[in-house]
Design a protein around this ligand. Structure first.
Ligand code: URA
Length: 204
């Protein structure tokens, strides 16, 4: 399936994709003046991990999942026995969408249209990496894989089949876990750890 924004030949290297996303203005986020953040990791990865979009720290460093959400993700991956360096990590949306509040840049959730405009790039990464298992962290990533609205609570924790026959697992985003408190936090963290342990078993 094509993304909403683009047709034509896909880049045949990750470098080509990196150059493409840097120049991409298919949605308004590309015009905010920030740097695009390319995926990183093992080009032969069995596992692809996909978040929503780079955050403030990711945009400055030019690397995915290095801020607070990334650190929480790292903890849970380690606990599940998944080696992040063996995987490929990227985002559904390649630019950082934010609202400026004084000196702070406040994360804003990308719209469905913006996620759909960026799908072409995720699909291009998938076409090169060809992971057997993909993990969508949260609704934006799930939308980018499936091209439709996803209810994470309803569709998580089970293997879905993508167009190329590979598996997609949907789970929560680590930023969501950072926002919770009390019993909900304990319950959701347990559920996230459980999903990752099941996924670890699929790649072993
Ligand atoms: N959240 C994401 O979804 N991706 C990142 O790269 C960082 C935070």
């Amino acid at each position: 399936t094509e993304g909403a924004g683009r047709v034509g030949k896909r880049p045949d290297t990750l470098t080509g994709i990196a150059e493409g996303i840097a120049a991409c203005r298919d949605c308004p986020i590309g015009g905010l003046g920030t740097c695009a953040v390319m995926g990183e990791g093992n080009q032969n990865a069995v596992l692809m991990i996909v978040g929503e979009q780079p955050g403030d720290q990711e945009e400055m460093a030019g690397r995915p999942f290095i801020g607070p959400a990334g650190q929480l993700l790292n903890e849970y991956l380690r606990e599940a026995g998944i080696v992040r360096e063996k995987a490929y990590c990227t985002n559904a949306v390649k630019h950082f969408k934010f609202a400026q509040r004084g000196k702070r840049r406040i994360h804003q959730t990308p719209t469905a249209k913006e996620v759909d405009a960026c799908r072409w790039w995720l699909e291009s990464e998938r076409a090169l990496i060809r992971p057997k298992i993909s993990v969508a962290l949260g609704a934006s990533a799930a939308r980018s894989f499936l091209g439709r609205t996803v209810n994470v609570a309803r569709e998580r924790s089970q293997a879905l089949t993508l167009d190329d026959g590979s598996e997609l697992w949907i789970t929560t985003h680590p930023s969501y876990l950072l926002r919770l408190d009390g019993a909900a936090k304990a319950e959701q963290r347990r559920a996230f750890a459980h999903d990752l342990s099941v996924i670890a078993g699929r790649i072993a």
